[in-house]
Ligand binder design. Structure first.
Ligand SMILES: NC(=O)c1ccc[n+]([C@@H]2O[C@H](COP(=O)([O-])OP(=O)(O)OC[C@H]3O[C@@H](n4cnc5c(N)ncnc54)[C@H](OP(=O)(O)O)[C@@H]3O)[C@@H](O)[C@H]2O)c1
Length: 275
């Protein structure tokens, strides 16, 4: 086992924080990769990439804000070049299921000449407790352009466990893991599970893509609204309504259930509001 550090890009985020925590608990030397870390990593400052990648055995790459944003393929390509120059042993890329832009970035990593593992993830459960849908849970109304589509929502703890395996074990080289939860869930079922765990009413209301875009444009601006609406158009049209076997293949165990996530998020105080 290498004693060189492992770089976790996005180490303060939903997946990266879990990966960094688990690696540290298991005795690995973790180099945190965020704009605030000791060796900073900033996607908007390429001069930070070389020092962050220098001397690491492997690197976890979660792109911010999303691989669908303009400029992402160019940055992923430049990062792979930087990683090759630094002699990084393996890149572990977090990608999104059913997303054309994300899969173009997977191809860049696949064709980079570096050893790699691709983690193609379903919707994260933690979107509802640590992400942009937490406020919707607190307000009791989740509005999404999802109709009655069913999504195999995954717990970020499972993504982190797959990533830790890929960062530390040889056998994941060249693998593509489609990671999903164990069941397809309609967003009405998601709302019911959240409601029961959070102890407050939470409903789901389907909206059109146009309504979603208008809401996003009003709060985040037209460019972000365009990209996020594009992601919804791709990922909520039914193409992802199937289960992936990535957690089972990488870890030899089943993924965690959404109801378990709800219970542990509630127990950790995720939906308590400051008095
Ligand atoms: N949410 C989903 O359902 C879903 C599903 C599939 C795939 N994905 C993919 O997941 C990725 C995001 O991963 P995540 O949810 O674990 O992260 P996240 O929770 O969105 O965390 C964002 C991370 O990015 C960092 N960050 C923000 N701006 C940065 C910048 N300019 N340069 C460097 N780092 C920056 C933040 O660190 P600092 O602020 O400390 O710098 C933080 O560590 C996206 O690429 C998305 O496509 C998400």
């Amino acid at each position: 086992m290498s004693t060189a550090p492992i770089l976790v890009i996005g180490s303060t985020g939903k997946t990266g924080s879990r990966i960094a925590r688990t690696l540290t608990r298991r005795g690995f030397d973790v180099r945190h990769g965020s704009r605030r870390s000791a060796v900073p990593f900033d996607w908007d400052r390429p001069e930070t990439w070389g020092p962050a990648l220098s001397g690491v055995s492997s690197a976890y790459v979660s792109y911010f804000p999303d691989l669908a944003f303009p400029g992402a393929p160019e940055k992923i390509a430049a990062l792979t070049e930087c990683a090759a120059t630094a002699g990084v042993g393996r890149l572990v890329l977090l990608s999104g299921r059913g997303e054309v832009h994300a899969q173009a970035c997977e191809d860049i990593v696949r064709n980079s000449g570096l050893d790699y593992t691709l983690i193609r993830a379903a919707w994260f459960a933690q979107n509802f407790s640590e992400g942009y849908l937490r406020d919707a849970v607190l307000e009791g109304l989740i509005t999404l352009p999802a109709g009655d589509v069913r999504e195999p929502i995954i717990d970020a703890d499972d993504i982190a466990d797959v990533a830790v395996a890929a960062l530390t074990e040889d056998r994941h080289g060249g693998a593509l893991y489609e990671v999903t939860g164990p069941a397809l869930l309609g967003f009405d079922e998601v709302a019911a599970a959240l409601s029961s765990a959070a102890g407050r009413p939470v409903a789901y209301q389907p909206i059109t893509l146009e309504q979603f875009h208008a809401g996003m444009a009003a709060t985040a601006g037209p460019m972000i609204a365009d990209v996020l609406t594009g992601i919804c158009r791709e990922t909520l049209d039914g193409r992802n309504a199937s289960l992936g076997d990535g957690v089972q293949r990488a870890l030899g165990r089943a993924p965690r259930d959404f109801a378990d996530y709800c219970r542990s998020a509630a127990a950790s105080g995720a939906w308590q509001q400051a008095a």
